[in-house]
Design a binder for this molecule. Structure first.
Ligand code: ADP
Ligand code: MN
Ligand code: MN
Ligand code: MN
Length: 336
């Protein structure tokens, strides 16, 4: 019997990498093999040496095609079978193996995104602006909510694919939504974020609506789109001091993190709209105007996790989870 395997990879687009996918028909229960593509069409190779390698790293059921069809998430290798320069997963795997056993890092990522239809955010009128922000966050009713049937279909697809999706909500800006993945290890959460993004784009295609990760889709008094990254180590899940130490450690490398948290971050981290300015690091309990928030429940329990509120919606989760692991676990080890 033949099945369809959708090979999914991350390209070399700058400044923000994009997903690409193509289909391989596989016969008789064969494992999805290593495959290749034309890297000269994805900003990953020159035309005269265009071959790049697709190495499968995670296989899940394909909820869009259904049946026995599969999605095959791949990392990109060179023809020497080394990580391609655009492959940020390899360094994430390295950080996870360096610190994993002692610190057991977990990540939960809140992926925000915005639907666009006919060149403007879904719900914006053709001329002028909709009612100002206030009623849209977790709103109910067709005057406030645009795209719910797409969001529900995406949630169904993530669950059918076996992803660790932990929730969804409508966001502060009209046409803006969020899903959360995790908590899982750095590599596992990142793989699932990329698969959930793939499913988001594919699900929305059928409705003729585009989902975008633009961090500031509308200038002015409208919230941007972020990817709050919640983090804990085994030690943070057992006591409070490591949480404060983690928040302090993130402050030591603020610039490095901000530079790697998604293109155009300075347009989103303005100090307004529930953000802290990108020029200054801060942390606090329950503080949605800080770079890093310690949730009230964590402060009350004296154990739990912290929330890095800085990453943009268009961030690369392999890079963000690697940096947080290296900074917080590295600081605890005296490696920084
Ligand atoms: P917010 O209140 O900021 O909107 P959400 O409920 O949207 O928070 O997201 C919180 C995320 O944190 C979820 O993905 C959840 O799985 C994750 N999370 C919960 N506990 C932990 C933990 N101990 N370590 C890391 N992430 C966690
Ligand atoms: Mn949230
Ligand atoms: Mn949110
Ligand atoms: Mn949050």
């Amino acid at each position: 019997m033949a099945i369809r395997a959708e090979y999914i990879w991350i390209d070399g687009s700058e400044p923000t990498q994009k997903l690409r996918a193509k289909t391989k028909v596989i016969f008789n229960g064969e494992e999805p093999p290593v495959w290749g593509f034309d890297g000269s069409s994805t900003n990953q190779a020159p035309g005269n040496q265009s071959d790049c390698v697709l190495n499968p790293v995670k296989v899940v059921p394909d909820p869009i095609r259904g049946g026995d069809n599969i999605l095959v998430l791949c990392e990109v290798l060179t023809v020497d079978m080394e990580p391609h320069p655009s492959n940020t997963r390899a360094a994430c795997v390295e950080a996870a193996s360096k610190y994993g056993e002692k610190y057991e890092p977990w990540f939960g990522i809140e992926q925000e995104y915005t639907f666009f239809k006919e060149g403007r955010p879904f719900g914006f009128p053709q001329f002028g602006y909709p009612a100002p922000q206030g009623g849209y966050y977790c709103g109910i009713g067709s005057d406030e909510i645009f795209g719910r049937e797409i969001v529900e279909a995406h949630l169904d697809n993530c669950i059918k694919a076996g992803l660790t999706i932990s929730g969804i909500n409508a966001e502060v800006m009209i046409g803006q939504w969020e899903f959360q993945i995790g908590p899982l290890g750095p590599v596992e959460t990142s793989d699932e974020i990329w698969l959930a993004r793939y499913l988001l784009y594919r699900t929305a295609e059928a409705f003729d609506v585009a989902a975008t990760l633009d961090p500031k889709p509308v200038k002015g008094d409208w919230n941007g789109a972020g990817a709050h990254t919640n983090f804990s180590t085994k030690q943070m899940r057992e006591s409070y001091d490591p949480i404060i130490a983690g928040a302090e450690a993130l402050g030591k490398r603020h610039d490095l993190h901000v530079e790697n948290y998604g293109a155009d971050i300075e347009h989103r981290l303005t100090g307004l709209h529930e953000t802290a300015p990108w020029t200054h690091y801060s942390y606090g309990v329950s503080d949605r105007g800080a770079s890093v928030r310690i949730p009230w429940q964590t402060a009350k329990d004296g154990q739990g996790y912290l929330e890095d509120r800085r990453p943009n919606a268009n961030m690369d989760p392999y890079t963000v989870t690697r940096l947080i692991t290296e900074t917080i676990c590295g600081d605890a080890e005296g490696d920084l």
